[in-house]
Design a protein around this ligand. Structure first.
Ligand SMILES: [Zn+2]
Length: 320
């Protein structure tokens, strides 16, 4: 079998972006499996959720949003630190950039390496990569929960941390009045999971339980289609959990019997490919996912920092 091209380096076809109005003043931009973003209107301001990979990519999203509202972006909320979601931040001219406090620490600790790693893995998303002025730094952080009053009768936007999951510092944005949830990468709807910086057991357990307990009527995941209605929302959450549980089962079994990382990868691939192999970024993510989970079973508490070099080593070992 010929070696697979590295990560998503051969994925060069542009995806169609669709702006969806989910409720009065609540917007999502989905893109056929590319990272989703959102926006919520307050009385005289906008809260943007996620920033895309570059200012150029972000400006294209803002141009679509500007067909609906010309209110200034006061808050930019970033669900976690990954480069393809945060490095477009400068385009928003936001007064406040809000993240979890752990996300701030992670940007300090590994933001540079993550930037190089992610742009190498997914060059198509790094549109006009030179437009990125530098790392994105939050101007305000929180630990458990904070709220933004949207003004008038729009209700509030609740930002909440539910424990470790896709990273150490994922937050969700929840509109209790409209019952709409922006879940970041904690939930994917018909897109493969990236778990290279994850805490698989926490994520598959208490963290997703808390996401589900909100009982959202609409959910915008990190990638993939918007889930509409309680049934679709729960299906997206349980799909995410199932992907994690299959990984934990397969990698755990090989680790326990003293097998190799390569065997763990092959068994996990075999167990997931029928159900999930046709989804975006499945082949791209899985080597990094299994590598991190293997480390977790080996007692390595925090994810090892991904660098462009380490990406290639793991890829060549498992997908080469
Ligand atoms: Zn992510």
């Amino acid at each position: 079998m010929a070696a697979k091209p590295f990560a998503s380096s051969a994925d060069t076809d542009a995806k169609e972006q669709t702006l969806e109005v989910l409720a009065d003043g609540v917007y999502a931009l989905t893109a056929e499996g590319d990272p989703n973003v959102g926006a919520i209107e307050g009385e005289d301001f906008v809260v943007a959720f996620e920033a895309l990979a570059t200012p150029t990519a972000a400006r294209e999203w803002l141009a679509k949003l500007r067909e609906h509202t010309d209110k200034p972006v006061r808050y930019l909320v970033l669900s976690h630190y990954h480069a393809v979601r945060v490095l477009g931040a400068s385009a928003f001219d936001a007064t406040v950039i809000l993240t979890h406090e752990k996300t701030h620490e992670l940007i300090r600790e590994r933001g540079e390496q993550d930037w190089a790693s992610e742009f190498g893995r997914m060059p198509r998303l790094a549109k006009d990569a030179d437009s990125v002025p530098g790392l994105t730094w939050p101007t305000q952080t929180f630990a458990d929960r904070t709220t933004i009053d949207l003004g008038g009768d729009r209700g509030e936007l609740v930002l909440e941390y539910f424990g470790r999951g896709h990273t150490e510092g994922d937050i969700v944005a929840w509109l209790p009045k409209q019952r709409i949830l922006f879940a970041g990468d904690l939930v994917e709807a018909q897109a493969a999971l990236y778990t290279g910086d994850a805490f698989h057991k926490d994520w598959a357990g208490a963290t997703l339980d808390r996401v589900k307990a909100l009982q959202a009527e609409m959910l915008v995941g990190g990638r993939g289609a918007v889930s509409r209605g309680r049934e679709e929302v729960d299906a997206a959450i349980e799909q995410t959990r199932d992907f994690l549980k299959v990984m934990i089962r397969e990698v755990g079994a090989v680790h326990e019997r003293g097998g190799t990382l390569k065997e763990a990868f092959e068994n996990t691939h075999a167990a997931l490919v029928d159900g999930y192999g046709h989804w975006p970024i499945f082949e791209h993510c899985l080597p990094f996912d299994v590598s991190r989970l293997w480390d977790e079973f080996s007692g390595i508490e925090r994810p090892v920092i991904w660098t462009a070099e380490r990406d290639r080593e793991v890829w060549d070992l498992l997908q080469g």
